[in-house]
Design a protein around this ligand. Structure first.
Ligand code: 5RP
Length: 231
């Protein structure tokens, strides 16, 4: 009898990245997210680059990766509705609601998701949760509002911290020139209500709960292979 080693998290990411190729619509511009799982998808997408006109990207990092593989990148304003958006998540619940923004790209991710008919989430099984909030909720904020927002989150039981740039050079600055608060200690029982409420606070650019822009499909990398969840 032979026993094989369990797949690593990186192997699960590669598996779902490749599985998402089945959702690419030939002839249609594709929405592309950000992160290490999406990097696996982009690398696999190179095989289909002659089948699509190109992509709308959610970050400078994904744009650079797409272009390096010869996949044209379009300005979101230059194109209409997209058929499909493929992106990862930090958490996903049983209804397709997600926490996103671990890679600081949440604002452009939500914009491209909103421009797309179908959100295909790719994630390894560690991202599937019963209730959102174990992963601190990323919130992109206008810098002058940060401490006011820290107090608002504290009033609802959350501990918000300002995300720092790697290398000790101070607060992280997003592709949009803003800052990120990471809010720990909240269990998001009502993702739609939470997203709606926090989005209205002055200074909030984007809250990293994706309930209005939830996934319609999740390709989940499990030890048994790719599980397809539909919502
Ligand atoms: C970036 C994101 C990513 O999709 C999320 O952080 C998951 O990343 P990874 O695939 O590296 O685990 O929201 O802002």
């Amino acid at each position: 009898m032979t026993s094989s080693a369990p797949l690593t998290q990186d192997q699960l990411k590669a598996l779902v990245g490749r599985a998402a190729l089945a959702y690419v619509v030939p002839g249609e511009i594709l929405g592309v997210g950000t992160g290490s799982t999406v990097n696996c998808f982009i690398d696999a997408l190179a095989e289909l680059k002659d089948k699509i006109p190109g992509a709308v990207s959610s970050s400078e990092a994904s744009t650079a990766r797409l272009k390096a593989l010869g996949i044209p990148v379009f300005d979101a304003n230059a194109v209409g509705e997209l058929a499909v958006y493929v992106d990862g998540a930090d958490e996903i619940d049983g209804q397709g609601h997600m926490v996103k923004g671990g890679g600081a790209a949440l604002t452009r991710e939500k914009i491209v998701a909103a421009q797309s008919r179908r959100f295909v989430c790719i994630a390894d099984a560690s991202k599937k949760v019963p209730v959102l909030g174990r992963f601190p909720i990323p919130v992109e904020v206008v810098p002058m509002s940060a401490q006011q927002l820290v107090r608002r989150f504290a009033a609802m039981g959350g501990q918000a911290t300002l995300r720092q740039a790697k290398g000790g050079s101070g607060a992280l600055v997003t592709d949009n020139g803003q800052h990120i608060l990471d809010v720990a200690g909240l269990a998001i029982a009502d993702p739609l209500g939470f997203e709606t409420q926090v989005s209205q606070w002055p200074g909030v650019v984007t809250v990293g709960v994706f309930a209005h822009q939830r996934a319609q499909v999740c390709l989940l990398g499990t030890p048994e292979g790719v599980q397809t969840l539909t919502f």
